[in-house]
Write a protein that binds this ligand. Structure first.
Ligand SMILES: Cc1cc2nc3c(=O)[nH]c(=O)nc-3n(C[C@H](O)[C@H](O)[C@H](O)COP(=O)(O)OP(=O)(O)OC[C@H]3O[C@@H](n4cnc5c(N)ncnc54)[C@H](O)[C@@H]3O)c2cc1C
Length: 594
């Protein structure tokens, strides 16, 4: 399937949005096509009819039922949006994948099962499998006849995943023997095929396709988790496990490529799941607030509750905007070239920065929304009669798996700097030019205030400059030692996340205004809140980072430059949030999305 005219016309390098004017041509939820709606509807009906009514049984760990649901999901084509048609996939664009996981996210437990199958098992086979491996495994995985898993983590190597102690040794018959124990493996209790990472001769990190039925492979007991009780998590034991010679995935010693490229996409998809979960919970919160009465009126009429609902709506909007923008960026690259595994992996790698942003922004937005959802539910939020407490427990792990948010925060500026130093992005030149400009500034060129969102456009341009100035100063101050300065990198990541989210929201709202979208006014109000609040956070982060990097005259110069940048006028975001809250409550759901 293609976007047709919905696809942004130009491809852009990952991370290049920091350095220039992105233009208005980004992909947004408002540009989805009837074909997109059809796949979203299929996913919605599947979730409504076959998953949500079965949640209790899934939570009782009825894995036969879980398998049957995976099978049904495969029959509907929902497991293969990213797989080629010749192996039973649908070869859809990333917006379609996004719409599918948006629905799947309504059950976090099933979303985990789904993610392990579609993103962590099917996808590495698509990206790195040989034709024979694809023929053997993909059709049955995509049809849901067999279940997949991905085993990277071990008790001693989680974030430091390449420090795996699982060993692979080649025997005279050509087959491999794998020995070790993998921890916390999603779908572990009922998976048939597992992508396992091990070190050949204790040194060369390598991916293997391991069947549960191979001699020496077994499963540990179910973990007792805080949430996701309807998702299986076990260890996978490999005791001299016999793996055929042909089951190396990718090349010996290149397992990191398989692991990292899989995670590049996995993070994007997890961000989309989190955004979908947040949207759905926002609807729950709005409906409850409309029904629940205290002091003789619905709690939705109280300013404190309206503030929460308005803020939840704005954060969901920002997250959704950056997710769709990223989907469009990936698809713009994939549309132009071949869709073989190598090209697809390259496209995912190109937007690895945006994928990490999606993961962090999505998981933290979800946790914020679910926490406020409990608060709006009051005591009912804390007991099991309502779904709010389950959602809250289920979501917490999103900040831990697929790379913890701390690790992703280090990666975001780290990848940008590496690209800059390699010459892939003109980051260094841009940072230098900006320093000159900030030391002897031209008169501040403010956009005319009669154009709608003009102040916000100026504000986003200033946020980019602030983030670039701090990153440039950090590069100059620390050079290669910047990787050791985790607090500075984390401040940079926070700024970059806010910049990408704010610009995505702004461009989307501008597009809604330009096309006279039915809810254009609400889009505008939301973008104003998002940009305004991002500016406050970015200013704080920039000042804190500068104070940690510089002192004396240098610090004074930096702070003066920042003061010149942050000139967004004060805004009545209270009134704007009330408008958003009232619209969400009136419709009983988030209304700005698809
Ligand atoms: C429910 C569930 C399902 C999972 N499913 C899978 C699966 O299917 N397959 C799989 O392979 N794994 C899976 N995992 C494992 C998961 O990916 C790891 O838990 C995660 O990568 C973190 O590793 P860790 O738990 O060892 O934490 P650690 O790496 O020990 O981290 C602990 C803390 O230290 C921080 N930290 C670590 N290193 C650094 C550093 N260099 N700098 C700064 N801070 C650092 C972390 O951010 C974190 O806050 C799952 C885990 C859970 C809970």
């Amino acid at each position: 399937m293609t976007y047709g005219s919905a696809l942004p016309s130009q491809t852009q390098r990952g991370g290049s949005w920091l350095l220039g004017d992105a233009g208005g041509d980004i992909f947004t939820p408002e540009r989805i096509t009837p074909e997109h709606r059809l796949i979203a509807q299929t996913a919605q009906e599947f979730m409504d009819g076959e998953v949500l009514p079965q949640l209790d049984r899934l939570e009782q760990k009825d894995w036969a039922l879980a398998r049957a649901i995976v099978r049904r999901c495969g029959e509907l084509g929902l497991l293969g949006p990213n797989a080629p048609e010749e192996f039973g996939g649908l070869a859809l664009d990333k917006a379609s994948s996004l719409l599918i996981v948006d629905q799947v996210a309504r059950s976090a437990s099933f979303a985990s099962t789904y993610g392990a199958q579609a993103n962590l098992c099917i996808l590495p086979l698509v990206l790195f499998g040989t034709d024979a491996q694809k023929q053997t495994y993909l059709p049955r995985l995509i049809a849901g006849e067999i279940v997949g898993a991905y085993a990277l983590s071990e008790s001693g190597s989680g974030s430091d995943a390449l420090a795996s102690r699982t060993r692979a040794v080649k025997h005279a018959d050509g087959a491999w023997r794998l020995t070790g124990e993998k921890m916390w493996i999603t779908n572990g209790g009922f998976a048939d095929v597992i992508i396992v990472f091990a070190k050949v001769d204790g040194e060369q990190f390598t991916a293997f396709i391991v069947e549960k039925a191979f001699p020496g492979v077994s499963t540990g007991p179910e973990e007792h988790k805080m949430g996701l009780h309807g998702s299986s998590t076990t260890s996978i034991l490999l005791q001299d496990a016999v793996v055929p010679a042909g089951n190396v995935l990718g090349e010996v010693g290149r397992g990191h490529k398989v692991a990292l490229n899989t995670l590049n996409y996995g993070r994007f998809s997890l961000g989309a799941m989190c955004t979908g979960g947040a949207r759905s919970a926002l609807g729950d919160a709005a409906r409850y607030a409309a029904e629940r009465r205290q002091f003789g009126q619905p709690i939705a009429s109280f300013g404190a509750i309206r503030h929460k609902l308005g803020e939840m709506t704005a954060r969901v909007y920002a997250c959704e905007s950056l997710m769709y923008r990223t989907a469009g960026l990936i698809d713009a690259v994939l549309e132009g070239g071949a869709k073989d595994g190598a090209s697809t992996a390259k496209a995912f790698e190109e937007y690895a920065i945006e994928a990490s942003i999606a993961k962090v922004a999505g998981s933290e937005t979800l946790d914020f929304v679910l926490d406020e959802n409990i608060q709006i539910h009051g005591g009912n939020g804390y007991v099991k009669d309502y779904a709010a407490e389950r959602h809250y427990r289920d979501a917490r792990v999103n900040r831990i798996f697929e790379g913890t948010n701390e690790i992703n925060r280090l990666l975001i500026p780290g990848m940008l700097v590496r690209r800059g130093l390699k010459g892939d992005l003109p980051l260094v030149a841009a940072a230098r030019a900006l320093q000159d400009e900030l030391v002897s500034p031209a008169p501040a060129g403010r956009a005319s205030s009669d154009a709608r969102l003009a102040e916000e456009a100026t504000g986003v341009a200033a946020l980019k400059k602030a983030a670039l100035a701090v990153l440039g100063t950090a590069m100059q101050t620390y050079g290669e030692r910047l990787t050791d300065e985790q607090e500075i990198l984390s401040y940079c990541a926070d700024m970059l996340i806010d910049v990408y989210a704010a610009e995505s929201a702004l461009l989307r709202a501008q597009a809604a205004l330009a096309s006279r979208h039915a809810h254009a006014d609400l889009h505008e109000a939301t973008a104003r809140i998002v940009v305004h609040d991002a500016a406050q956070r970015v200013e704080m982060a920039a000042r804190s980072a500068c104070a940690a990097m510089a002192e004396g005259d240098m610090l004074r110069t930096l702070l003066a430059a920042l003061r010149r940048l942050f000139k967004l006028p004060a805004m009545n975001t209270v009134a704007l949030r009330r408008r958003l809250a009232d619209a969400t409550v009136a419709h009983g759901r988030y209304i700005l999305g698809t």
